[in-house]
Ligand binder design. Structure first.
Ligand SMILES: [Fe+2]
Length: 218
């Protein structure tokens, strides 16, 4: 498998695990399996990217991808996949590439949720602590945001695009297709799995921020 395809599918698997853990149907199975999958992708994707012949590392990555599939079969996915599906349908981008680019943006959007009942911060803080990215006594919000930093770090390590603009789509093309992109998001079953209620405006802004590579401040 060529390295670009390896990285795209690696980011698809990572998105499956990270989204599955906080979707509205999340459960202990999706958390446990998702956590192990994230650990394996972070460890083995950079190794396989550098050395595609490393069969042992590929085996671990296969296991990670299968486990991420098991995680989301248990709990479904959310708007990262909704936006990725829409983008892929409109601009013909490979699935893993589209969902992997939007992943840090949607994660930040979900962590910005001010609803006190929302569990996203708590869940991602635990991920960061269990994976050794944050100390156990780290403040929850700070620990949770490390998940975004780690995703961005991994993107850099394997030369993965960090914004939708990197795909060679012009601003004009984005604006021309924004209505279709947003309407596809609402047709995607994943929209109802979002732990933060979605609006037309949120999707528009998320596409804009992910296109330009801006920190999500809403
Ligand atoms: Fe996927």
């Amino acid at each position: 498998m060529p390295s670009k395809l390896t990285v795209d599918t690696g980011f698809d698997a990572l998105s499956h695990a990270i989204e599955a853990m906080v979707s509205n149907w999340r459960n202990e199975f999706s958390y446990a399996i998702g956590l192990k999958s994230i650990e394996l992708v972070f460890k083995y994707l950079p190794i396989v990217y550098k050395d595609g012949e490393n069969q042992k590392a590929r085996d671990y990555l296969h296991q990670a991808a299968t486990m991420a599939g098991l995680a989301f079969s248990n709990s479904q996915l959310h708007i990262g996949h909704g936006m990725g599906h829409s983008w892929g349908a409109v601009f013909n981008t490979a699935h893993g590439r589209a969902v992997g680019i939007v992943l840090p943006y949607v994660t930040q959007f979900l962590l910005n949720n001010s609803d006190e009942e929302d569990k996203t911060i708590e869940i991602y803080a635990k991920v960061a602590k269990q994976l050794g990215w944050a100390n156990w006594d780290e403040e929850e919000k700070k620990a949770a945001f490390l998940v975004i930093e780690k995703i961005k770090e991994l993107q850099k390590k394997v030369d993965f695009p960090t914004k939708l603009k990197d795909l060679g789509i012009s601003r004009e093309d984005l604006e021309k297709n924004l209505d279709s992109l947003v309407s596809c998001c609402f047709e995607d079953a994943t929209v109802v799995m979002s732990p933060r209620s979605m609006t037309d405006e949120y999707f528009r802004k998320l596409f804009d921020y992910a296109f330009e590579g801006k920190d999500v401040d809403f």
